[in-house]
Design a protein around this ligand. Structure first.
Ligand SMILES: Nc1ncnc2c1ncn2[C@@H]1O[C@H](COP(=O)(O)OP(=O)(O)O)[C@@H](O)[C@H]1O
Ligand SMILES: [Mg+2]
Length: 401
């Protein structure tokens, strides 16, 4: 009997996951948002059935989703339930717990979704983290502002893409935001702003062991890009360099402390300018967004979506092995463009491995066996793209506006 895998996708993503699951012989079911019915271009050849959930801004009602899946389960034996988007993680865990489907349950999922839970768990494991406080008890918040030097960041516990994050410089400014949040306050935390380089490690884990991990460094910090504009870049770090080694070690400590048994993870760190120390920023139990899977694939040949599908289907019961990976280097650049259809035809270096095709955007991945070559090209492209294309649109914000 082939395994039946149900993927949850409130947003359109994970085509490579679905294709690989089919390739592996699974029966592939997809539950996605009704609002995507006409626009999404799912790889329908790899999907046996697609079901739609009514949504409000891609959010599904929990009870209705459970009813839908329980109804589906009258005729389908669901062996695996996998969330393709970060926002689907809690729903998947809730449904797994209810249907008793193996995989990450609700307690562990929280450590990979809730920025407060990850901070608290990391703290008990003595990992190096920015000082933080939950926006709950006002006396505790007051004490935090007295003890921890500004600036601070006020950040939502459950969002992504730097949405809703506020960098604040004074206690008055902070309280202004907090009061405006009203009943939303408890969904936020405040932490010390640690100036530094933002890095990420992307990993594959099975049986509590990291089987593959690769360290990269963003160019400008993602918060600066989303709030101040400019070019988003990230590049694979030189393998064996002290920074890359240090990040891989920290990544191992974080994933062990937070309890990832099997799956993929995108975990972020701050390398502090002040003391060079590595601070744990945030983690997730999914592949990185913003074309980071394409970056890793350009450098190694591994598609993390596809590897994730194999891992999920193996389910710890059949052997999973990471295929041999290349050890090339790659860099990724993405920018908003002033032009609707920006012309990038004069970017012609043979190292270009991917070019973005999206209205009002430019994007490239360059790859090379040489780290220096990738660095030179990426820096050059970033400077040119800034002149030729870059546009800025202030980031979306949350209730605190
Ligand atoms: N404590 C901090 N110190 C310095 N920069 C931070 C801090 N927290 C967040 N940032 C900035 O905000 C960005 C987004 O924060 P993060 O916690 O990674 O949330 P998100 O899920 O939105 O990516 C980071 O990439 C970094 O640029
Ligand atoms: Mg982040």
């Amino acid at each position: 009997m082939p395994l039946t895998l149900l993927a949850l996708a409130s947003y359109e993503k994970g085509h490579a996951f679905l294709r690989e699951a089919k390739e592996q012989g699974a029966r592939v079911l997809l539950l996605t948002s009704e609002s995507l019915r006409d626009s999404a271009k799912w790889p329908t050849d790899s999907i046996d059935e697609i079901y739609y959930m009514p949504d409000v801004d891609k959010k599904w009602n929990r009870q209705h989703t459970l009813n839908t899946i329980a109804y589906l389960a009258r005729t389908e034996e669901i062996d695996r339930l996998v969330p393709l988007d970060d926002f689907d993680l809690e729903m998947a865990a809730f449904l797994r717990e209810h249907l008793r489907i193996p995989g990450m349950g609700e307690t562990t999922t929280r450590h990979f979704r809730d920025k407060l839970a990850m901070r608290m768990k990391a703290d008990t494991a003595s990992l190096n983290i920015p000082r933080f406080v939950h926006v709950l008890n006002h006396r505790r918040v007051q004490e935090f502002t007295e003890q921890v030097p500004a600036p601070w960041v006020l950040k939502p516990r459950f969002l992504a893409g730097a949405i809703g994050i506020h960098k604040v410089h004074t206690a008055d400014e902070l309280w202004g935001h907090i009061h405006r949040l009203g009943d939303e306050q408890s969904y936020y935390l405040v932490e010390q702003f640690v100036p530094g380089d933002i890095c990420h490690v992307d990993s594959i884990v099975d049986h509590d062991q990291i089987l593959f991990a690769i360290a990269s460094r963003y160019g400008r910090p993602p918060l600066d890009v989303s709030q101040g504009g400019g070019i988003f870049t990230t590049r694979i770090l030189e393998r064996g360099s002290p920074l890359s080694q240090g990040l891989l070690r920290k990544n191992q400590a974080v994933l062990a402390a937070l309890g990832l048994k099997r799956g993929v993870s995108h975990t972020e760190f701050i390398v502090a300018h002040a003391d060079g120390k590595i601070y744990f920023l945030e983690t997730s139990a999914r592949v990185g967004g913003a074309h980071i899977t394409d970056l890793v694939e350009a450098a190694t040949g591994l598609n993390l979506w596809a590897e994730w599908a194999k891992l999920e289907l193996a389910g710890g019961q059949t052997a999973y092995r990471v295929p041999p990976a290349r050890t090339d280097y790659a860099g990724l650049l993405v920018s908003l463009a002033r032009q609707e259809r920006p012309d990038t035809s004069h970017y012609q270096d043979p190292e270009i491995a991917w070019r973005m095709d999206k209205k009002h955007h430019v994007g490239f991945i360059v790859k090379s066996p040489s780290y220096e070559r990738v660095t030179t090209l990426l820096d050059d492209y970033a400077a040119r793209a800034k002149e030729e294309f870059n546009a800025f649109m202030p980031a979306k914000d949350s209730p605190v506006d």
